[in-house]
Design a protein around this ligand. Structure first.
Ligand code: GLN
Length: 225
């Protein structure tokens, strides 16, 4: 389809799903967050321009595979299925799936959600976990809508990633997160299979940001927003 990958033309095209704070969110026309910060650092260190495009989460990996984009940076959990399609950077965050319920819900732990209406984000690891280990969930286009469904009483619980869950629940005092996480996961950035030059640039940047403490600083800054 597309000739030379964009990253070779002085530009890195990153795709993301921008309703996933603190990793990515919209602020007016800008897309901000931890993933844009990491990728901006990659672009800067390699003298390229970063362009960010917002799309549904279940399309970001396909966009990289098809050559439409260079990088998917979207709080993506490394899974064996995804590893078959793309190459992943070294991990930059340890993450988890958590259960969100209305305060006072009889659901107190993992076993309690069986037989209840469970909201997830379509194609996300929460969806994969619930479908495999519990039952068919109700699927929403993003985590924010799954949480809104809990708040509206349309589902009994939502299973989404811990950090966005914390931010959504901070904005709604009728919801709570159950203390026991369901999974332990790693976030990494995806590139086209065999795009080793770009992968090395990303890995070098993540390693440097970790070593200098800057990654921790970026996480803390966005988590406090
Ligand atoms: N970490 C989850 C996954 O990879 C959700 C990511 C997201 O919604 N941006 O499936």
């Amino acid at each position: 389809c597309c000739g030379a990958p964009a990253a070779e033309n002085g530009r890195i095209l990153m795709v993301t799903e921008a309703t996933f704070p603190p990793y990515e969110f919209r602020d007016g026309n800008a897309i901000l967050g931890i993933d844009p910060e990491i990728m901006r650092e990659v672009a800067q260190r390699t003298g390229r321009e970063l362009v960010i495009e917002d799309m549904s989460f279940d399309s970001v990996i396909t966009a990289v595979v098809s050559g439409k984009a260079d990088v998917a940076a979207s709080g993506i959990t490394v899974t064996p299925e995804r590893r078959r399609k793309v190459d992943f950077s070294i991990p930059y965050v340890e993450a988890a799936q958590v259960i969100i319920v209305p305060k006072g819900s009889p659901i107190r732990k993992r076993e309690d959600i069986r037989g209840k209406r469970i909201g997830v984000q379509h194609g996300a690891t929460g969806d994969i976990y619930v479908t495999r280990n519990i039952q068919q969930p109700e699927r929403f286009p993003n985590g924010a809508l799954a949480v809104a469904a809990v708040a509206a009483g349309k589902v009994d619980a939502a299973v989404i990633d811990q950090d966005p869950a914390t931010m959504y629940v901070a904005g709604n005092d009728r919801l709570e997160i159950l203390p026991e996480p369901l999974t332990s996961e790693s976030y990494a950035i995806a590139v086209r299979k065999g795009d080793t030059a770009l992968l090395q640039d990303i890995n070098g940047t993540i390693a440097a940001l970790k070593a200098s403490g800057k990654l921790e600083e970026i996480r803390n800054a966005y988590a406090a927003m």
